[in-house]
Ligand binder design. Structure first.
Ligand code: CP
Length: 309
């Protein structure tokens, strides 16, 4: 499968995930452990972020360096520190950046669809590092890799996706990827106002992925192999007020851990706020920091794909 841009999770197929991404990510883990390589020698990467990031920007930049490439320009707040602040469009911005000779642009924006708009005007691969409430495909790729690595299988898993599902982009992208596997069951657990949007539910129905919707994590915790917790997207407005004022239960704490299977995991794309209690961290089922680390290896593999084709 040839990859130019990485824009949305549904562009990938199962064969590519299992036979290219997963094994190549394992190789990149070895490369990182052995101090790096020259696979990206002579390759130049721009990271252009309109929204804050720790994991995604750091890991793409470190991935570039570990593979012997160069991050030739990076901005962490393009809304303020680029000419976007003076009204420049993404179309003009990307045309100008392409003229500076990158081999890939990693782009995070606050607008759904901006990565696709950028790709329409870009002569080099655009990697969507999150576009508003749209998608976060690179997060979903590291999530599906983490599920495979932690549980050994993706087929047949039961997963609870919890929290602000209406505006969380990671759960949207992960739902698309889970639709590539068989026998998966998804429990969407959220307040009424934060339910998963219809486009994803329509996609899951079309791909015969069973799902339910509820608002108490404790009711499903004992059934699932994965609790995928998310934070309230406060930066996207006041759709949700404080969780404690909304009927239901959406926190991973010791009580929830006590209900979960011995062989199950808690995931979170991070950053977390109060939706996973720190008391959960020492439990071996708390996989979220391992998940974040996996992102480095997945991003190394993705950079290699898009810059070598
Ligand atoms: N998971 C994730 O995208 O984290 P950052 O916002 O820190 O990049």
């Amino acid at each position: 499968m040839e990859i130019k841009h990485i824009l949305e999770a549904q562009q990938f197929n199962r064969d590519w995930l299992e036979n290219e991404l997963f094994p190549d990510t394992e190789k990149m883990r070895e490369v990182a452990d052995s101090g790096g390589s020259n696979l990206l020698k002579g390759r130049r990467v721009i990271t252009f972020f309109y929204e804050p990031s720790t994991r995604t920007r750091a890991s793409f930049e470190i991935a570039t360096k570990l593979l012997g490439g160069d991050v030739i320009f990076s901005t962490e707040n393009a809304k303020e520190f680029s000419s976007a602040a003076r009204g420049e469009s993404i179309e003009d911005t990307v045309r100008v950046l392409c003229g500076f000779g990158p081999h890939a642009i990693v782009l995070r924006s606050d607008e759904e669809g901006m990565a696709k708009r950028a790709a329409d005007y870009s002569s080099v691969p655009i990697i969507n590092a999150g576009d508003g409430t749209g998608q976060h495909p690179t997060q979903a790729l590291l999530d599906i890799y983490t599920i495979k690595k932690e549980l050994g299988e993706v087929d047949g898993i039961e997963i609870a996706m919890v929290g602000d599902l209406a505006r969380g982009r990671t759960v949207r992208s992960l739902s698309y990827l889970l639709g590539k596997f068989s026998g998966v069951k998804i429990y969407f657990v959220s307040p009424e106002v934060a339910r998963m949007r219809d486009d994803i539910k329509d996609y899951l129905r079309k791909h015969n992925v069973e799902f339910t919707e509820s608002h108490d994590l404790r009711e499903v915790a004992s059934k699932v192999d994965v609790v995928y917790q998310t934070r309230t997207q406060k930066e996207r407005g006041n759709l949700l007020e404080r969780y404690e004022n909304i009927p239901g239960f959406y926190i991973v704490n010791k009580e929830v851990l006590g209900l979960m299977k011995e062989r199950s995991i808690v995931m979170h794309p991070l950053p977390r706020n109060s939706e996973i209690s720190p008391e959960v961290d020492p439990d071996p089922r708390a996989a979220y920091f391992r998940q974040a680390q996996n992102g480095l290896y997945v991003h190394m593999a993705l950079l290699h794909y898009v810059t070598s084709s």
